[in-house]
Design a protein around this ligand. Sequence first.
Ligand code: NAD
Length: 446
Amino acid sequence: MQVAVIGLGYVGCVTAACLADAGNTVVGIDSVAMKVEAVNAGHTPIVEPGLDEMVAANHAAGRLSASTDFARIDDVDVVFVCVGTPSAETGALDLTYVRAVATHLGTRLQGRSKPLTVVLRSTVLPGTTRNEFIPLMESSSGLTEGTDFFVTFTPEFLRESSAIIDFQNPPLSVIGAEHPASAELPAELFSSLGVPVQVVSTGVAEGLKYASNAYHAVKVTFANEIARICQASDIDGREVMSLFVQDRDLNVSAKYLRPGFAFGGSCLPKDVKALQHHADELAETVPLLQSLNDSNDRHIMRIVDVVKGFGVTSVAQIGLSFKPSTDDLRESPYVKLAAALEAEGIAVKAYDPIVDVDRLMGANAAFVEATLPHLSEMLTDSVTDCLEGAEVILLGTNNAEVCEEVLAHEAVAVVDLSGMLPVRVENLLRSRDVRPGTRAYTGAAW
Ligand code: NAD
């Protein structure tokens, strides 16, 4: 198939590369020239394991290219819309990019030689595809969805750092459509993934994506709250939770239920906020959902209290992206932690093995500017520089090289924030002789 992917961000790049890898001819379209140039040079503009190789191979094979020109959609069978849906200041979902794309797509519909199917992949609140996206395309084209052109909302379940595997092996494959005809082409495209395709209404598919992300946030928050309570009595919350997930009657996946650091990234915080805001608009009271971001913020401030308890005036913080193996800083709890420590007068030296702060773009750059504008001044060039003289090490990565250097360094405390350290490293940290009067913290149960 001839495919266009609009938006070459964390979702769009993976979508474009995976669809090209499956044998389709794909053009990625983005308004940011740097992203387009990267793909046309055979590189990914984002950091994601395996993606650079996949982009390079498919670009070389002539199946993947990119452009800033919307006219490139004129020849394609299907368009995937993967533009961002960030939080507005109020917490509401900002649909600016989605609306602009709907209008733009509509203006290119007249006079096409073949019908167009649009797969909306950006996360939008229940009712948006039917009440906003389709009407915008219809009014800007003068055509009718379901006969002249086709639209589906097809939720994306990939997670950064395992995005390619997640894209190719989705936990479920759901197509939201207002007309059966609209689902035909996406069903054909997704049936190759080996997961049964379920066709539902657009609203159900949109609601499913929010239910899924809210539940992830509930699980992280729940595990961290249990761990905080256990930790206060010197009990390992991780051991508690690892038994909890074995309870057959609960029938619950262990994913997201391992105590660790606060949730972050481009999805959970903003999707929880959007649900909270949407519930307010609908005059629905949802105390459980309303509490999630507060509990998550408390989890970050807990570490500030822990560091203050050590009585030190400086820390080394390693790992800044919202989770290991990605360069995504959006809503990173590690960046928020560094800002909160500084606000308490604690100096932070920071290092991240992946993030290139000088090349931040778009929402990543905006988040840093709003949260910690002088982040680049805190950064060291190497983990060795970061650790030099460090009394307390806050470890937010499981990068092997970094872990080895941390093992070689004496410190008052090593706080494993991510809860994802390799077992060998954790055991060595646990068993290490600690200087008199000091403690090494290696558990993640904060
Ligand atoms: P992103 O900000 O990384 O990428 C969005 C891209 O769209 C940017 O490159 C931007 O330049 C481009 N863009 C914006 N307006 C455009 C326009 N008019 N024309 C062309 N390009 C335009 O966002 P993302 O993380 O890839 O997320 C995209 C959507 O997918 C969001 O709705 C998000 O909630 C959802 N989602 C994200 C993830 C994830 O892990 N990141 C997972 C599932 C779903």
